[in-house]
Structure formats: structure tokens, C-alpha cells
Design a protein around this ligand. Sequence first.
Ligand code: 2AM
Length: 193
Amino acid sequence: MVRSFLAIDLSHEVREVLASHLRREWRRLPCRIKWVAPENLHVTLKFLAEVPEHGINLIRQALSARLEAAPPMDLTLSGPGAFPVAAKARVLWVGLKESRELLDLHSAIDTALEPLGFERERKPFHPHITVGRVRERFSVYKKIHPFFETQIEPLSFHVPDVVLYRSDLTPDGPIYSPICRFALNGPHPGPGP
Ligand code: 2AM
């Protein structure tokens, strides 16, 4: 079985900027948080969980034609936030500005993988980059509120492809290895009517 997920890679610049916030500010917060290693930062599009080896090929086939027709896009960082809500933060993230292309890409992936038995996402897609996971049981809002005040530069980055990742869980944290990439080669949509 292969634990896998589909994701968007960040540019070197975005990774560096987030790593710098981590080094300079976030790591100092007085709270037990498992921070994501800078090389592991990404935007999850769909978590596929454990997939049998032969399923990987089916996923590849189901996605390649559909994603080939999807347009490449530019995404822009927005501000920090948390799941489920800041007051009960479990997952700390940096959000992305709303993008029609990204929502369409997410939906195209759901549509392509539904026939293979992957359930469509029921919750609305909230694009984000997870930067840390809270490891304390009770409300940590008071300890971490400076996280929510971080001024994130609204950097943009180009998204030429979607990556199918394999995730190997180890005691030192997950190791993500790309299995394959799906180029986004569709026409850029015009400005609309
Ligand atoms: P996240 O971006 O919201 O943190 C790789 O493990 C990615 O898959 C993570 O970044 C995480 O998304 C997502 N993921 C991991 N375990 C998951 C689970 N049990 N359910 C849904 N998504 C999961």
C-alpha cells in the first residue's frame, strides 16, 4: 500500500519566506507545535490515504488527460489561520487568495477520481499551506495569538503542475517523495464576459 496525496508545490521564494517566519517568530511561541519542515510545505489538493500499488496506475490514467486540459495558474498567499477555528486551533496554516482556477482544479480532481472509489470532498475546499500542528490538548489561543498577527507578504507563485506524492511516515516525521507530475497545459481562461 502507498500512502499518497495530490498537492501543489510552492516556489522556492514562498518556501523561504515561510521558513523565515518559522525561524524568526513561530518557533518561539510557548506551545507544543509540530512545525512542518520547509521542504515539506505544500498545498494539499486531495488526500488519497492508503492506495494499493496497482491503484497508482489507475490514478495516473484517470488524472493525466483531465489535468492536461486544466490551465496553469498563479496563486497568491493570504493571511494565517487555523482549523477548526483560531480559538480551538489544531492545524495552523497560511491561506491562499481565492482563485477560480484552483477551485476548478480541485473539482476536476474529485470528478476524475470518483469513478475509482475516492469520495468527493463534502466540505468546501479551503486552500491552505499547513505550517504546524498543535500538540496540546486544551485551548492554546492565548499562547499562540501572535501567529495570527503574522504579516504575510502577498507573494504569488506559478503552478505549472500537480504532484502525486507518496508519504512515508517515520518517527522523524513524514517523508514525501513525488511519484509523478501532471502538467497543467490547458488554455488560460480569458477575463470573462
Ligand atoms: P493538510 O494540507 O490539510 O495538512 C499529506 O499528509 C497531506 O495530506 C497533509 O498535508 C494533510 O493535509 C493531508 N492529510 C493527511 N492526513 C489526512 C487525513 N487523515 N485526512 C485528510 N487529509 C489528510
